[in-house]
Ligand binder design. Structure first.
Ligand code: AMP
Length: 308
């Protein structure tokens, strides 16, 4: 197995200015693995669900070529549930409910066929669980990418910092970058976070694009203007899945490849926000993805003046 993904597989209930859902399939691991599956990486996922989790959801992941043998089912447990409500400015949302349920005592097990993974994507989960997965791998992957959120900064910052120091790439949003660094300017925030033990930092700016920082360079991915942003849930996770999926397929961790991967991740995320949950992400084709990557290329191309 080339790409290993760890992340929540969940039920979500979402409210946006466009409508409301009941309990639907969600979870960071779900979005990441479906997005990554478009790069022929046949990823494996480590997660946990309860006995209330429908088999058809697991089969859907399998249909994308995702190996789900690393998803434990706790027979007397309930699946993780998250509910969120977006403001009219959909860059802002309130978490209404976080019921950790089976995630509370999650003891991640790495199946033997997942050992030797070259790439590891740690989706948003407890930093203790994220670290356990790194420690339980017999060989360190070539690249470890980690996503996290303000929830963990609020309740276990020390554990979070310890895990951050063990990974190569951290992906967070602009508000979280400010919270983690205590700096208001994103440039200063990035500089500070890059001293926490990582090589690269990605700051996601919702509908305004994403920034990729190394210690001595940065790259800015623009935002596509979409006709309709319907539900931003999972955009960050989809970004991460597209990002690591592309890198795993290219099997290259140069800054140039990371730049392209940032565009590819943004492309995948732009589909997720067009419908509720995984609805849009679930049915992509290479053709649809390439068309949108081309839109990004057009958006960023400009003629450099010879002189002023
Ligand atoms: P995003 O919109 O990219 O921040 O991710 C939303 C997804 O993250 C939802 O599908 C949730 O199920 C999942 N999620 C939210 N909070 C947590 C948490 N504390 N731990 C793990 N997954 C979470």
């Amino acid at each position: 197995m080339k790409l290993l993904i760890v992340g929540s597989v969940a039920f979500d209930a979402i409210e946006t200015p466009h409508g409301k859902t009941g309990k639907i399939l969600g979870g960071a691991g779900t979005y990441i693995s479906i997005a990554a599956s478009y790069f022929d990486t046949k990823p494996g996922i480590i997660s946990v669900v309860g006995n209330d989790f429908p088999t058809e959801y697991l089969l859907n992941l399998n249909n994308h070529g995702i190996d789900t043998t690393g998803i434990q089912t706790i027979t007397d447990g309930k699946t993780f549930f998250w509910s969120g409500k977006y403001h009219d400015d959909m860059n802002k949302r309130d978490t209404l409910i976080t019921e950790l349920n089976v995630l509370e005592d999650f003891d991640p097990k790495v199946p033997q066929n997942y050992q030797n993974a070259d790439y590891l994507m740690l989706g948003n989960l407890s930093p203790i669980v994220q670290r356990q997965v790194i420690e339980r791998l017999e060989k360190r992957p070539k690249l470890i990418v980690m996503d996290t959120m303000n929830f963990w900064m609020d309740i276990m910052l020390d554990e979070l910092l310890k895990t951050i120091s063990m990974v190569d790439v951290l992906t967070i949003n602009d508000e979280e970058a400010r919270q983690l660094s205590g700096e208001n300017s994103l440039a200063k925030a990035a500089k500070k976070i890059l001293t926490m033990g990582i090589q690269y930092l990605i700051i996601k700016k919702g509908e305004h694009g994403a920034l990729l920082f190394s210690k001595d360079a940065y790259f800015s991915a623009p935002a596509l203007l979409l006709d309709q942003v319907f539900d931003p849930t999972g955009a960050g996770d989809t970004f991460a899945g597209g990002f690591i999926g592309y890198i795993a397929k290219k099997d290259d961790i140069s800054f140039e490849t990371l730049k392209t991967a940032t565009i590819v991740g943004s492309t995948l995320a732009s589909f997720t926000v067009e419908k509720f949950g995984i609805e849009c992400l679930d049915t992509l084709t290479d053709h649809k993805i390439m068309d949108r990557i081309n839109e990004f290329a057009t958006l960023t191309a400009f003629k450099k003046p010879e002189s002023l």
